[in-house]
Design a protein around this ligand. Sequence first.
Ligand code: AP5
Ligand code: MG
Length: 217
Amino acid sequence: MANIILLGPPGAGKGTQARKLVDERGMVQLSTGDMLREAKTSGTEMGKKVAEVMDRGELVTDEIVIGLIEEKLSSGQGNGFIFDGFPRTLPQADALGRLLAKIGQKLDAVIEMRVDDEALVHRISGRFTCGKCGEVYHDATKPTKVAGTCDVCGSTDLRRRADDNEESLRTRLMEYYKKTSPLIGYYYHAGDLFGVDGLAEIDQVAASVAAILDQQV
Ligand code: AP5
Ligand code: MG
């Protein structure tokens, strides 16, 4: 069992790799982005508060996302947690360390997914997701087998994200470099950092991630 963070800019492939680890290893994916998108559609006060911030591509407050993670950590952990898109700031990283210690757990690896900005623009502009099962696709690199139908669950509810436009992506990238990339140094100093070439093909990236995980167990 291992608890890992997938760290990388928007479009690095965090969600794609996390879903593979859920299927292949029975790990539990904790994506704060997915949790916040769920909150957005729930019509709650919190949902309304975060919707505009997310659509602009800015980070929501540490307090909100730490609260979401804390809630999920107390439910089952399967074969380890995959933190996807969390932590994104130094206070979130500190909070995660404290929350894991509280449940007698620790972090085993932080996997930095390295990709260049040009590839990110291409990935984000071609991405769509199944609204029912969450499978992630791409117009060019991972299309559905039958146009308009999810390969996994057969749903025709395929969606594009409100923040997957050029302007929001620019803001998301800036937020990443300003607030999240300092975590690379933070985890390097803690001795937990590993890097993978996120530009490789999806299955190759998965093999690199698997090799790191196998070293940890
Ligand atoms: P979040 O949902 O986490 O978005 P993100 O970090 O911008 O990352 P993405 O989900 O866009 O990319 P990904 O790395 O998962 O890539 P994917 O696998 O989909 O956050 C959204 C917003 O929520 C934030 O902007 C913020 O407002 C808020 N938020 C979330 N967490 C927060 C936190 N902790 N604190 C504060 N605010 C928070 O892949 C992308 C595309 O590329 C897909 O089409 C895929 O098919 C394709 N692809 C993937 N891998 C490959 C490959 N190897 N080769 C070719 N194509 C590939
Ligand atoms: Mg994602």
